[in-house]
Design a protein around this ligand. Sequence first.
Ligand code: OSB
Ligand code: MG
Length: 384
Amino acid sequence: MRAITVSEVRLYPLHIPFVEPFVTSFGEEPFKAGVLVELHTTEGVTGWGEASVEINPGYGSETVATGMHILRHFLVPLVIGKRIDHPTQMPALLHPVRGSAHAKAGLEAAVWDAFAKANDMRLVDVFTQTLGDQHASRERATVGVSIGIMDSLEQQLAIVRKRVAQGYARIKLKIRPGWDVQVAAAVREAFPDILLMLDANSAYSLADTDHLKALDAFNLLMIEQPLSHDDIHDHGILQAALKTPICLDESVKSAGDLKLALKIGALKILNLKPARVSGYTESLAIYKLCAEHHVPLWIGGMLECGIGRAGNVAIASLPAVTLPCDISATDRYFTEDITEPPFVLNPDSTITVPTGPGIGVEVIEDRVKASAERWAALNPYPVG
Ligand code: OSB
Ligand code: MG
């Protein structure tokens, strides 16, 4: 494999309007934010990565400002001038910086893309080469859709109807106290046969155990992250009381967290997001653990633009990803993405892995610049 040497890294704050607002138990995402990483190498290849930092320190604690700060002043200097023989060296290179998983994942993704392009390979084929031939891409990922909290049950049912008609393989509803049992009951009654799951984004505690038990009546595929983002222990206690399988999202930030959660029975299913676990190298380690231990696995999303989405589709196409993923078609999020072509939903509820080298989608530079300007014009805080 051909090594790459990093010569320059440019950062852009991201701002893309959503087609519909996205509300979770910790608030509303008014537009898609993030930091884009453009990485140049001395060999003349350009790689792109997306750091899924958010406007507020809600889901993942990192913001656009912390992402820009940590990348510019701490992470990027660790790779400038470095020769990288393989992208799996990235966690060791970035080791001096603790935390900042989303920022690290953005930079690591740009390195994977550049490395794949330097070797004229698709990103997914570099993943397979790293994992072993038995993990060849299925060329498409089976996908569902994540639906935000709505103002009324009627609106919620209407959007579920629309997404089911579009052909999504699984419906995920965001819940929070006051918007949970009655919503699950209404959607299950209207759609008796769909694959249905809920995502609480840490909105409950063990004191809600009896209330959450009521959800066992609705034949749910799983409930995602009911308890605190940093509490694996209590999920073990809750899982023992619930029939509905618990899926962890926020609580699993590394392969080590997953080993602990498996050992104490804190989950039956894993949502793997490359952004949450610091990047693709740790993601592949977690993927391998799930394959070895037969843990049902799916790939989650952070409402990514096409850059992050392409990487998510690539991982989601690997054979040990056994459940529908939170990767929807581009038109579910944006009227115009910053990459082309858009991701579309196939009639069999799948999204196809792009065929070009690296992430396989074209980054439209004018749109990247326009997006950074929109952030600068509208941003809620300066990013320096
Ligand atoms: O908890 O899975 C989550 C989006 C942003 C932050 C956290 C989550 C989500 C989603 C959206 O559920 C999934 C998607 O990208 O479609
Ligand atoms: Mg989640």
